[in-house]
Design a protein around this ligand. Structure first.
Ligand SMILES: Cc1cc2nc3c(=O)[nH]c(=O)nc-3n(C[C@H](O)[C@H](O)[C@H](O)COP(=O)(O)OP(=O)(O)OC[C@H]3O[C@@H](n4cnc5c(N)ncnc54)[C@H](O)[C@@H]3O)c2cc1C
Length: 461
């Protein structure tokens, strides 16, 4: 940005807010979910509508400004913002229209997962998405999106019907299987590389009341639990979403004081159906395990389980994370996990194994950009703490943990569980044979790599 004049020119026709460093709301507007990241953009264009997005893209392009695209601001390495550049902030673009007859939802790109769950729940419908309701639907969707419903209904991208996109040249297109099919293919897993998505059309499924909640065991039993969980998962009904965690009990309500700070093995469950059927689905697993310290499964509205962890993980904490796709969990891998979990540096730090089997695996490797269709889990190791002084220890623990378990995992990882220090090789391993095709789509739609503040796929030469 050479000076303020182009900003003034853009401001003439801009309906949203243009927020600059000397504006009162600047510090609040630039804040990201991960408190470890502190970026200072030159301009935040908080768009009100698609016309604003077009103006912002053209502004960034014409002024040679780096552009970050932001929805929920939850990205681990803070790729929803950029130092000294332009943030195209979509968070004010809300609005969801559910079509109950067609079982679809048209979702504006500033919505969070919670916005989507709220809107669709009124109709007894939902689409798969992640486990924290404040996550932005756009960043989550464009890199894949997995959650409790994925075993039955696939990734979030597997439920995407079409997307409206503002491209690098400022033009507007709709991408679907029928129109701009190459772009639609790339948007389903390739992240924010190809343009600014302004709205999504999702397929919905019958989901209303669920039998859900955490079951926590003494981590001394984790080896047995992980072995039984590994054997149980391929036979478990797909209506059961069940992820496994190694973590600690927080020293605060609502947890019973006797367990505060203790290491646990967690089974976090969400059965899409009535309690008796949910109990029956879990019986082969729970019947083989020792008694848990607590089992808080109960019947609840789906949005309640989707927001169950929100209070534990508020905005502004320190986060450093690493992921991997995991196909199998041999005993040696379990032992490696347990050795690292013993050294967990804070009460919030964790390892989660999210199932991506079932419906996720029934989509072909080359049908969408997300190519890893044979993994059983998407793993995340996350060092988390409210205290900035702990940034070093939680980062070191995460890296050390990952180093020990990575040899048992597949080469790539869910891009939404990557920081920005893992290098191109990791992205190439993640996308496999799809990488070259992604680079070609990038060349067609963003040849100058205008959208490069992301897990960047460079245009093919
Ligand atoms: C506590 C927590 C729990 C999580 N749990 C899950 C989970 O259960 N399942 C899961 O799948 N993921 C999960 N995630 C990961 C989450 O999907 C990513 O952090 C994701 O990047 C967040 O999206 P956002 O829109 O909030 O991010 P932002 O920081 O706003 O954006 C991140 C990136 O997305 C792209 N982007 C955003 N909006 C657009 C747009 N409109 N057009 C084009 N590109 C865009 C840009 O490249 C941007 O750099 C979790 C994250 C957190 C912090």
């Amino acid at each position: 940005m050479p000076d303020n004049d182009p900003v003034k020119t853009m401001a003439n026709g801009f309906r949203g807010d243009l927020i600059k460093p000397d504006d009162i709301g600047y510090d609040n507007a630039r804040k990201l979910y991960n408190g470890m990241i502190d970026k200072r953009p030159r301009l935040i264009a908080r768009c009100a509508d698609v016309a604003d997005v077009i103006a912002a893209v053209k502004f960034g392009r014409d002024n040679g400004t780096r552009i970050a695209i932001r929805c929920g601001g939850h990205n681990g390495p803070g790729l929803g913002s950029v130092d000294d550049g332009l943030v195209i902030d979509l968070s004010a673009m809300k609005g969801i229209r559910v079509d109950p007859a067609a079982r679809t939802a048209r979702v504006a790109a500033g919505c969070t997962q919670g916005d989507l769950d709220h809107a669709t729940h009124a109709f007894g419908l939902a689409t798969p998405a992640g486990i924290i309701s404040t996550t932005g639907i756009a960043g989550l969707t464009l890199s894949g999106g997995h959650g409790y419903l994925s075993r039955k209904y696939g990734l979030t991208i597997d439920n995407l019907i079409e997307a409206d996109v503002v491209l690098a040249d400022g033009s507007f297109v709709t991408a679907s299987k029928e129109a701009n099919a190459d772009l639609f293919w790339a948007l389903r897993g390739g992240g924010g590389n190809f343009g600014v998505v302004t709205s999504f059309l999702f397929k919905l499924h019958p989901v209303s009341m669920v039998f859900a909640g955490p079951i926590a065991f003494d981590q001394r039993h984790a080896r047995t639990i992980m072995q039984h969980y590994r054997e149980f998962l391929p036979r478990a009904p797909e209506d059961l979403g069940i992820f496994l965690g190694l973590k600690k009990v927080l020293s605060s309500a609502p947890f019973p004081q006797e367990f505060w700070g203790k290491r646990i093995c967690l089974l976090m469950c969400c059965y899409n159906g009535p309690e008796d059927a949910g109990k029956k689905a879990l019986e082969p697993l729970l019947g083989a395990l020792p008694d848990p310290w607590f089992n808080w499964m109960a019947t609840m509205p789906y949005p309640a389980v989707q927001s169950m962890f929100d209070g534990l993980y508020p905005t502004g904490m320190q986060w450093y994370w690493r992921g991997d796709f995991v196909k199998a969990l041999p005993d040696e891998a379990i032992d490696a996990h347990l050795a690292q979990a013993e050294a967990t540096p804070s009460e919030l730090s964790l390892m989660h194994l999210y199932p991506i089997d079932g419906a996720v695996q029934r989509v072909g490797r080359d049908e969408t950009a997300w190519s890893c269709r044979d993994a059983t889990w998407s793993m995340v190791i996350a060092g988390i703490d409210p205290d900035p002084q702990k940034a070093g220890p939680i980062t070191r623990w995460t890296k050390a943990y990952w180093d020990k378990v990575h040899p048992y995992d597949l080469g790539g990882a869910y891009p939404n569980f990557m920081m920005d220090d893992e290098g191109d090789a990791r992205l190439k391993a993640t996308f496999g044979d799809n990488y070259a095709r992604l680079a070609n789509v990038k060349k067609k739609y963003d040849p100058a790599n205008l959208f490069n503040v992301n897990q960047n796929i460079r245009p093919a030469p």
